[in-house]
Design a protein around this ligand. Structure first.
Ligand code: SAM
Length: 284
């Protein structure tokens, strides 16, 4: 059915008819700014040869825009109350499939084989903010051949994700994301662009996945454990936080820092991805 899904009265009418109440716990803030979804869809890089995995379609406002430009769209929605709404809004679109499920529990490899065989795949979503990092990490760690991930996240999360490792604003998520992808800020979206309005502004970011990580590490799991420990206690030096987080005696961490050419007083946010990798190799 053709309706304007970013018009507040259309949305209210639609949701009222379905007796739908927003769930804060599921991060439900629906887009009501008509310019955002076309822009997001365009900048996701999707075209007729591309399959798009969307997470959390809500009432289908972004889904509809993606369907106009992509070969195929598969949208995963956890809230069963939205399924009849989506049936009404996107059910007639021949290149859209809605899957009822939790994105963190689905077998993504299977989903890609089933729906996107032979296609380039991108992710495009207005993410539920309470699980931004777990979703991004699950997508990246899956090592599935996503070309890019274009997502709306809270502004603070966007700043952290895009911060280059070794800069003040960086955190564990910056290092982890930069290992797998080149992140960039696309544009900001004010809190008033959503119904209900969240307490913070948002940003659309795009992660272009690396074919090969920019640093090479012998043991990825250990590297990620080291990143987590290093940033675990932000105000401490890495020698203290890694020693506490990984249970390694402090003198051993200090020697590893020295062997990697790093001062013993280094803090996690001062270390570039190369330096974190060098430290991880020394600690093996
Ligand atoms: N795409 C819609 C929009 O832009 O208006 C809705 C975005 S809203 C911020 C997040 C959506 O993710 C909601 O529809 C919510 O029900 C859904 N969601 C929350 N947790 C989820 C999960 N674990 N798996 C899949 N969808 C989820």
């Amino acid at each position: 059915m053709d309706m304007n899904l970013s018009n507040i009265s259309t949305i209210r009418h639609l949701l009222d008819r379905h007796g739908f109440q927003f769930s804060k716990a599921l991060g439900q803030n629906f887009l009501i700014n008509p310019s955002v979804c076309p822009r997001m869809a365009q900048q996701s890089g999707a075209d007729q040869t591309t399959g798009v995995l969307e997470i959390g379609p809500g009432i289908g406002v972004l889904t509809t825009e993606l369907a106009k430009i992509a070969g195929k769209v598969v949208s995963v929605e956890v809230d069963s109350r939205l399924l009849p709404v989506l049936e009404e809004t996107v059910g007639d679109l021949p290149n859209v499939s809605v899957i009822h499920g939790d994105i963190l529990k689905l077998d993504l490899a299977e989903l890609l084989t089933q729906h996107f065989s032979g296609m380039d795949v991108v992710v495009c979503a207005n993410l539920p903010y309470y699980i931004t990092s777990p979703i991004l990490m699950a997508l990246l760690e899956s090592r599935l051949p996503f070309r890019s991930i274009t997502v709306m996240v809270q502004k603070e999360a966007a700043d952290r994700i895009c911060a280059a490792p070794g800069t003040r604003a960086s955190g564990a998520i910056s290092a982890a994301v930069h290992y797998y992808a080149a992140p960039q800020m696309l544009f900001q979206v004010s809190r008033g662009s959503f119904l209900p309005a969240p307490k913070v502004d948002s940003c659309v970011i795009r992660l272009d996945l690396h074919a090969v990580p920019p640093v090479s590490v012998t043991d990825e799991r250990r590297f990620f454990a080291l990143i987590k420990a290093a940033f675990g206690q932000r105000r401490k030096t890495v020698s203290n936080s890694i020693s506490a987080g990984l249970g390694i005696p402090k003198p051993a961490v200090v020697s590893a820092l020295e062997a990697a050419g790093l001062p013993p007083t280094s803090r996690a946010e001062q270390l570039t991805l190369d330096q974190l990798a060098a430290l991880s190799e020394q600690l093996l």
